[in-house]
Design a protein around this ligand. Structure first.
Ligand SMILES: Cc1cc2nc3c(=O)[nH]c(=O)nc-3n(C[C@H](O)[C@H](O)[C@H](O)COP(=O)(O)OP(=O)(O)OC[C@H]3O[C@@H](n4cnc5c(N)ncnc54)[C@H](O)[C@@H]3O)c2cc1C
Length: 463
């Protein structure tokens, strides 16, 4: 160790940082993790994946009871919303899971250094009064909400995702700016609890980055659920008067402006990497044009001994991608071979139904060569039928020559769980035939993946 305090110092305890810390410690490296929040777990556990899923789950059950689904199953209910209790169970989930990371740090002998880290040199950071020198430093500082120029987030009327998780009452009219994953998830929560929801999206379709057919079908389903979409529309201003907001919008291609009134505006136009205050200049590192820290395949930055992972580096801003990078970077630091296959990172939207995909969209796959596509509707899946979940489909995209699966996309109540099978298959280089001839338990939603794989060669049974 000589004069180093730690073998590995990680800045940030989100799913990238805390997983890297635990793995590094497991590999026998003396490890510390600096975190400026009061609790461990980063965006994901504190204000992201976990609290949003707690609200999505609770609001889904409320919706089922309030909107007649329970009655359809023969369960009579009289429904009353207790929003305080709903928020309470969200906070409880966050508390238990962030506390769980603290326990894992202690168990694995990872030192938690509380405070904000700033570099003072390529192998040294300062946290409060403490100067820490480490042989390896991993930047895992994550991301924050991208602000909309000219729009002030007051967390009362105009909120970001964090404010939208904590609204003390159900808005009458919520306008969601941005039709991406976070906007649709949180818009769905408040729609289910009784808000009228309008989603304004600059592009001509929601869910950028997803397969084209999936985007269209998702739009249709959300519309049917009552969300109003204003596509190809840009928000040019938001003014707040008391508890009311007035948004000025105009067609993205130019044209006459109009206004929309709301009592809650959710700004969810994306997230940007966190590098402010890190004093990267003290290391010789610079960020790229998108504000990210560039890395090589092994997560090394341009400066020896400094590594970076998670939302602060290029790639999808997803917790599981950050976690896998956390394991890989620790293994690389320990001299092992840590690899993440960035071609096989699943994406999930936890709405009702869920929307999930892995690999290439049909559009991207066709740009690379000839493909064969198999589709199977959830209406033909027996489990979806018994559960009254007729919406959605599964789509398998395979290389026309080799039959290797290039992408799988699904809209189904449990698409987020189903997509793991597709990711595993693709990781092992599966062909559509491999999936089609794998025995799937009946009756499960996953049979729809098998049938879509069969349909790649025109052989689905239940359509
Ligand atoms: C509402 C919402 C819902 C989401 N839902 C999902 C989901 O369902 N699935 C999914 O995969 N992803 C989801 N995400 C995205 C996911 O949360 C992120 O991709 C993930 O948290 C990134 O992990 P990370 O480790 O890179 O950084 P983060 O989780 O952002 O953690 C970085 C940590 O570093 C700390 N930090 C920053 N700078 C410093 C410093 N200088 N010194 C000390 N500490 C510092 C921060 O306080 C933060 O705690 C969601 C995000 C939001 C906002």
């Amino acid at each position: 160790m000589a004069d180093y305090d730690f073998d590995v110092l990680i800045i940030g305890s989100g799913p990238g940082g805390y997983v890297a810390a635990i793995r590094a410690a497991q590999l026998g490296l003396k490890t510390a993790c600096v975190e400026s929040r009061e609790t461990l777990g980063g965006t994901c556990l504190n204000v992201g994946c976990i609290p949003s899923k707690a609200m999505l789950h609770a609001s889904e059950l409320y919706d089922a009871a309030a909107n007649g689904m329970m009655a359809k199953l023969g369960i009579k209910t009289s429904v009353e919303l207790d929003l305080d209790t709903m928020h309470g169970q969200r906070l409880d989930a966050v508390k238990q899971l962030t506390g769980g990371i603290e326990f894992l740090f202690k168990k694995n002998k990872v030192e938690w250094i509380k405070g904000r880290a700033a570099f003072t040199g390529p192998d040294t950071v300062q946290v409060g009064e403490r100067i820490i020198r480490a042989r390896n430093i991993v930047i895992a500082t994550g991301s924050s909400v991208t602000p909309l120029p000219g729009v002030t987030i007051d967390q009362q009327v105009v909120v970001d995702s964090t404010g939208a998780l904590e609204l003390p009452k159900v808005p009458k009219h919520m306008v969601v700016i941005g039709g991406g994953v976070i906007g649709l998830e949180l818009g769905s929560v408040w729609r289910r609890l009784g808000a009228q929801v309008t989603c304004v999206e600059y592009l001509d379709q929601i869910l950028p980055g997803f397969d084209g057919e999936i985007r269209k079908e998702a739009n249709r389903i959300f519309k049917k659920q009552g969300i109003t979409f204003r596509l190809s529309t840009k928000v040019t201003g938001v003014s707040v008067d008391g508890d009311k907001a007035t948004l000025t919008v105009e067609p993205a291609a130019g044209g006459a402006a109009e206004t929309i009134e709301a009592d809650c505006v959710l700004v969810s136009i994306g997230r940007r990497p966190n590098t402010d205050g890190l004093a990267l200049d003290k290391t010789g590192l610079a960020v790229n044009a998108r504000g990210q820290i560039d890395i090589d395949h092994e997560f090394r930055t341009a400066v020896a001994g400094i590594w970076a992972i998670g939302d602060v580096v290029p790639g999808p801003m997803l917790a599981h991608k950050a976690e896998d990078e956390g394991i890989a970077v620790a293994e690389n630091i320990a001299g092992l071979t840590g690899i993440v296959n960035h071609d096989v990172i699943p994406s999930v939207v936890y709405t009702w139904p869920e929307i999930a995909g892995v690999g290439l969209t049909e559009e991207a796959a066709k740009e690379r060569g000839e493909v064969k596509v198999g589709k199977f509707p959830m209406a033909g899946n027996s489990r979806a039928k018994t559960n009254h979940e007729p919406d959605g489909f599964v789509k398998v995209i395979a290389d026309a020559k080799t039959d290797r699966v290039l992408g799988v996309w699904a809209i189904a109540s449990v698409a987020g769980t189903m997509i793991a099978e597709a990711a595993l298959g693709m990781e092992f280089g599966a062909t559509s035939e491999d999936i089609a001839y794998t025995c799937h338990a009946h009756p499960t939603h996953s049979e729809a993946i098998k049938e879509a794989a069969m349909a790649v060669r025109g052989k689905a049974i239940h359509v």
